[in-house]
Write a protein that binds this ligand. Structure first.
Ligand code: 6PG
Length: 241
């Protein structure tokens, strides 16, 4: 795994934008699974406002690594956040946006989205393969919407599962480990002091690290990059960051 540590969130956003531009400059369709939460907001803002002319948006296809089971107009919706901070600001064709329908029955949507991935994505080792999966990490070590209390969902034989947020009980549709680890590249975007403890445990594989879903992210290609700000990386020894 590669660690890229930058001074602050804006620098993380700028450096990740440059990384994405380089990775997606392939002259063909580039399929990306986006994460939700608050960290991507600043990344999407910087990408859209400072680098949008450097991306060939007609080749970019957007999917989600997870979505809250709410309507697309709901403030909790990852899709809504992405429209506000990215999609509304760039010239990406509507047909390239493949949202998870949070308004539909969760189990039905998990099945539909899993089938969509089978249809839309190229196959690698018989499974749908994203070019890039962007992930966040919760303070509890969850990633996508696989939470520690339901870590068994990581090894589901299905492409997507319905997960339940441990505090709010909110249902979510999430990619599972078989899809995340089949990606060409996985990039974590993790910022803020509240992540530092889990970053250290997971990166250093400290005792009990496998309790945290983020520690199970291990793409078969080995192409795993952590974009961290100094606050999230503060417990790592200098040799790692
Ligand atoms: C979501 C995300 C989730 C997020 C983490 C980190 O739907 O909330 O996909 O996995 O990435 O909770 O969120 P922050 O970046 O806001 O800390």
């Amino acid at each position: 795994m590669e660690l890229k540590v930058y001074q602050n969130k804006v620098k993380v956003a700028e450096e990740f934008s440059k990384y994405l531009i380089e990775k997606s400059d392939t002259q063909k369709a580039f399929h990306i699974a986006l994460s939700g939460g608050s960290t991507p907001k600043i990344v999407f803002d910087v990408l859209a406002e400072e680098f949008s002319n450097d991306v060939d948006w007609k080749n970019i296809h957007l999917y989600w690594g997870d979505e809250r089971c709410v309507a697309p107009a709901n403030d909790e919706s990852n899709y809504k956040m992405t429209v506000e901070h990215l999609i509304s600001k760039v010239d990406i064709p509507e047909e390239n946006i493949h949202r998870i329908k949070g308004e539909d029955d969760p189990k039905t949507e998990a099945k539909r989205y899993g089938e969509l991935l089978d249809r839309e994505l190229p196959k690698e080792l018989g499974l749908p393969q994203f070019d890039l999966v962007i992930l966040g990490m919760g303070d509890d070590g969850h990633t996508a919407s696989i939470f520690p209390h339901e870590i068994n969902l990581w090894v589901s034989p299905d492409n997507c599962e319905v997960a339940i947020h441990p505090e709010s009980g909110q249902r979510r549709v999430s990619l599972t480990g078989r899809i995340i680890n089949n990606a060409r590249t996985v990039a974590f975007l993790v910022t803020g002091e509240s992540k530092a403890e889990k970053v250290k445990i997971i990166v250093d594989r400290e005792e009990g690290y496998l309790e945290y879903p983020a520690s199970h992210v291990a793409p078969k290609t080995k192409d795993l990059v952590w974009f961290l700000d100094a606050a999230a990386a503060k417990l790592l020894t200098s040799s790692q960051s």
